[in-house]
Ligand binder design. Structure first.
Ligand SMILES: Cc1cc2nc3c(=O)[nH]c(=O)nc-3n(C[C@H](O)[C@H](O)[C@H](O)COP(=O)(O)O)c2cc1C
Length: 232
């Protein structure tokens, strides 16, 4: 860390503001040492009672390709036979979250030039998830199912640390709950222990700079919408 506090603030803020869900990558490998270093620093995330309930599988090369092939077969031929082991969002999403999700859909598909009623194009785009959006590194995060909701908080801290550590090293990422649906495929491919639940995946690689320059920015709720200040 820089000895100049202003410089540290500016670097950390730049990494946080610069992170976005990147879905377009360059065809350029990421060195094992870099990926290892990212995990090395991310493991310093805080965690209730220091239980560190996370596990991450990092895949590249053949290992990634063979998981992608298995996921592709499942998604393209029998998607309805697969279901996540936990619920990410309720079916009946209350406000203001439902409005934010609608806005996400408009910005997301609008940015890709996909019309709201073009279901085939949407499906083709969704399918890019199982290829880790063509990123060279794929991550799968698991948690021990015997733990409680609190440990999901901890896992989130770890996942965010991975994204920030990657961002600081010039790498782009996209967290992907998509993979939770195909836990059976992943369990078999990675020989997961029965107590390990697939929570989420992530794409990681060098982002396509052209996309970064023209991507739509996801709107974020203003500070006063999400924070209440008391006693200042
Ligand atoms: C835990 C988590 C799971 C996500 N799952 C997916 C996913 O399965 N597929 C996808 O394309 N994006 C996924 N995203 C990306 C979100 O859509 C994205 O973070 C959100 O729209 C905000 O945009 P931003 O990250 O660019 O700020 C996920 C993000 C998080 C934090």
């Amino acid at each position: 860390m820089s000895s100049d506090p202003a410089e540290t603030v500016s670097s950390v803020d730049r990494v946080m503001r610069g992170r976005f869900a990147n879905r377009f990558y360059l065809d350029a490998p990421v060195a094992l040492e870099t990926v290892r270093e990212i995990v090395e620093v991310a493991r310093h995330a805080g965690t209730g009672a220091n239980v560190q309930p996370w596990h991450v599988h990092l895949l590249a090369g053949e290992a990634r390709a063979s998981l992608v092939a298995a996921l592709g077969a499942a998604h393209e031929t029998e998607a309805d036979a697969h279901r996540a082991e936990y619920t990410y969002l309720p079916n009946d999403l209350p406000e203001p979250y439902a409005a934010r999700r609608r806005e996400f859909g408009a910005v997301f598909y609008g940015g890709l030039g996909i019309a709201p009623d073009d279901h085939a194009a949407r499906a083709r785009n969704t399918a890019r998830n199982y290829r880790f959006f063509d990123a060279p590194v794929g991550l799968i995060f698991t948690i021990d199912r015997r733990l409680e909701k609190g440990s999901f908080l901890d896992l989130g801290m770890f996942i965010q640390n991975i994204m920030l550590a990657a961002g600081a090293r010039g790498l782009a990422t996209c967290a992907q709950e998509f993979f939770s649906r195909y836990h059976a495929v992943i369990r078999s491919a990675l020989s997961l222990a029965p107590e390990q639940m697939v929570v989420c995946g992530m794409s990681m690689g060098f982002g396509d700079p052209d996309w970064a320059a023209r991507r739509p920015h996801m709107p974020k709720a203003a500070v006063d919408e999400i924070a209440s200040f008391h006693g200042f």
